[in-house]
Design a protein around this ligand. Structure first.
Ligand code: HEM
Ligand code: SF4
Length: 598
């Protein structure tokens, strides 16, 4: 029996607990519902006519409704934007393909699983690469229609799936990686897995369409119980959950809807502070959209985790804006109904009261590149992977074959791999006697470079061109050379050992989390970016716009003068983001909605 069949059967056992909450209509936005609502409800629990489209080989793409629906199955339809115009000239349809994103709570993957995805990327993706994403999973880019089913079956054969990694559902659950560093990390990871399973769609559509499993008809009798948590219309918008172990905030809680902050006593996890309503996406020129920090609802005991998660999700399901998708995320629901009202509803639904939050602090977000010793006598090696791009950059030169290098390590590695939210890769659980072997391979294939600066490891970009249909400016392809120029500015000002958290996203949707950076660039057009300043190291402050529509050259000029001032005027150890606020270059964003645009 496949893991997905087992999963579906288990789910079917629990679907019968009906979830009937009385919905207060005053909390619901009235008006004509967005078209996505129609297609979700008409989809027969995510099936749509995806199977028919798959068999239609005249086009490489999917019809409009299925184009949206396949997202919940973990895929985006895309085309290569670098060759789009050329194909149009030749009167060809765009070269449609799909991007797939796997579900991987906490970013953990075994060597066997790694070797399977490596082989698939090599043989069946047009870019031949594996991309480590900013949400602890990997993406394949450029999979053509005839290979889509094979892709899902390959994943399933090694116990992986891509269910609910995009679309209006709870997506891949993040967790501070390297669980073996402490017992609390291990326990936090266990909760990330449980949360992911609990909040998954329970429909059998994925198993039927991709794994050829038996179809389960929707009937009058079963239709109300198929999706007890998400409901037949699923969520109003995407929903993101994390489990985080302070003082690390590597997963960036304020970019996520629902966050469980691990609180421990005597080295054991006792519960979580729950933060709700973070999110970074906005639209240029539309002030009803804004990045927002999550609010602290209070502390819960560890055994109440799933009940609280379910109550937050169902409250957002019932109260979230289904009329305007731009205001549909949890962050807007909280601002519309009031934080206390939302929280009281969660308490009512869960039958649990939040108690006062326990103290904790976030101080850093970076990964510790290199070896770290764990609690169990094992060692963990974090590799810096620039922009998460695992590719063989040069067929002749082994020292540039990153993807082959990781595969070679997977062949001998006894532990597992962990993807980080900073797009890096941890080779976790290495025995003392295997350290040299692993490190030698990593060096041989260019996975360890001793001259990588702290500035480079503190920089991040989203994918943008050529695959992302929403990209307005370059991000991933532009970042490496831009970082080199920022490094030069730091050296020039005697700050070579310092770093600024620098992030670039190709459009205001914010996949590269620029709205939690000390210096954030948000794409507006070809070589045009809005420049935001003033985030902090711990990721608890949203930056503010400094100047609009700048070229990258103009941004460097601005940074040149600001870094020069920082070098002479800074207080002891003062970070760049704190400095620009103290000297009044930008005002601090204290309350997102109020201060972000004023
Ligand atoms: C309305 C808002 C958003 C839309 C429409 C959107 C859409 C997309 C699309 C189309 C891609 C695929 C790009 C490619 O791989 O070619 C993507 C990638 C991604 N997005 Fe978003 N996104 C949004 C907001 C966000 C936010 C706020 C985050 C996280 C804070 C996020 C996290 C990611 C991640 C992790 C990837 C994978 C690639 C990477 O690591 O950059 N997205 N998004
Ligand atoms: S931020 Fe914009 S350009 Fe970058 S991956 Fe997300 S949607 Fe695409």
């Amino acid at each position: 029996m496949t893991s997905l069949t087992k999963h579906a059967i288990e789910n079917f056992k629990i679907v019968n607990k009906a979830s009937t909450y009385e919905i207060d209509q005053n909390m619901v936005v009235q008006g004509k519902q967005a078209d996505n609502e129609r297609l979700k409800i008409e989809s027969d629990f995510l099936r749509g006519t995806i199977s028919d489209d798959l068999n239609d080989r005249i086009t490489g793409g999917f019809t409009p409704d299925n184009f949206q629906l396949i997202r919940v199955h973990g895929m985006y339809q895309q085309d290569d934007r670098d060759i789009r115009a050329e194909r149009q000239k030749q009167k060809l349809e765009p070269l449609h393909n799909v991007m797939l994103r796997a579900r991987m709570p906490g970013g953990v993957i075994t060597p066997k699983q790694w070797l399977a995805i490596d082989k698939f990327a090599q043989e069946h993706t047009s870019y031949g690469s594996i991309r480590l994403t900013t949400r602890q999973t990997f993406q394949f880019h450029g999979v053509l229609k005839p290979n889509i089913k094979l892709m899902h079956q390959t994943l399933n054969s090694v116990g992986l799936d891509s269910l609910a990694t995009a679309g209006d559902v709870n997506r891949n659950v993040l967790c501070t990686p390297n669980p073996i560093e402490s017992a609390v990390h291990q326990q936090a990871y266990d909760w990330a897995k449980k949360l992911s399973e609990h909040l998954l769609p329970k429909s059998r559509a994925y198993a039927e369409i991709w794994l050829d499993e038996e179809k389960l008809e929707t009937t009058e009798e079963n239709k109300d119980s198929i999706e007890p948590i998400l409901g037949a219309s699923y969520l109003p918008r995407k929903f993101k959950t994390t489990v985080v172990v302070p003082p690390q905030n590597d997963i960036d809680v304020h970019a996520n809807d629902l966050n469980f902050v691990a609180i421990s006593e005597k080295g054991q996890l006792i519960g979580f502070n729950v933060l709700v309503g973070g999110g970074l996406a906005m639209t240029h020129g539309d002030q009803s959209t804004y990045p927002r920090k999550a609010d602290d609802f209070g502390f819960i005991n560890v055994e109440d985790t799933l009940k609280i998660a379910e109550a937050v999700v169902t409250t957002q399901r019932d109260w979230g804006n289904r009329v305007n998708r731009k205001n549909a995320k949890t962050k807007y629901t909280l601002d519309r109904v009031g934080i206390e009202v939302f929280k009281a509803e969660v308490e009512k639904r869960a039958g649990i009261s939040f108690s006062e939050s326990r103290p904790y602090e976030f101080t850093e977000r970076g990964d510790r590149i290199g070896w770290v010793a764990g609690i169990d006598g094992k060692h963990h090696l974090t590799l810096f992977i620039e922009n998460g791009r695992l590719l063989d950059f040069d067929k002749e030169d082994q020292s540039k074959q990153l993807k082959t290098g990781v595969a070679q390590i997977a062949k001998i590695h006894q532990g597992d791999f962990r993807m980080t939210a900073n797009q890096n890769l941890i080779i976790a659980g290495v025995a003392e006697q295997d350290k040299v072997k692993i490190e030698t391979l990593a060096r041989q294939y260019g996975l360890i470079k001793d001259d990588v600066s702290l500035q480079r490891t503190s920089s991040m970009a989203c994918v943008a061109f050529p695959t992302c249909p929403l990209a307005m400016a370059e991000a991933e392809r532009f970042l490496p050379s831009f970082v080199t120029q920022v490094e030069d500015l730091l050296v020039k000002n005697n700050l070579a050992d310092e770093a600024i958290i620098l992030r670039v996203t190709g459009c205001p949707n914010g996949c590269g989390r620029a709205m939690l950076a000390e210096v954030g660039l948000v794409g507006k057009g070809p070589d045009r970016y809005n420049l935001y300043l003033g985030g902090n190291k711990g990721g608890t402050r949203i930056p503010k716009i400094y100047q609009e529509n700048l070229t990258s050259a103009a941004i460097l000029t601005e940074l040149d003068s600001l870094i020069a001032r920082w070098s002479v005027e800074r207080e002891q150890n003062e970070a760049f983001g704190d400095f620009v606020i103290r000297i009044g270059v930008v005002n601090e964003v204290k309350v997102s909605k109020r201060d972000f645009y004023d």
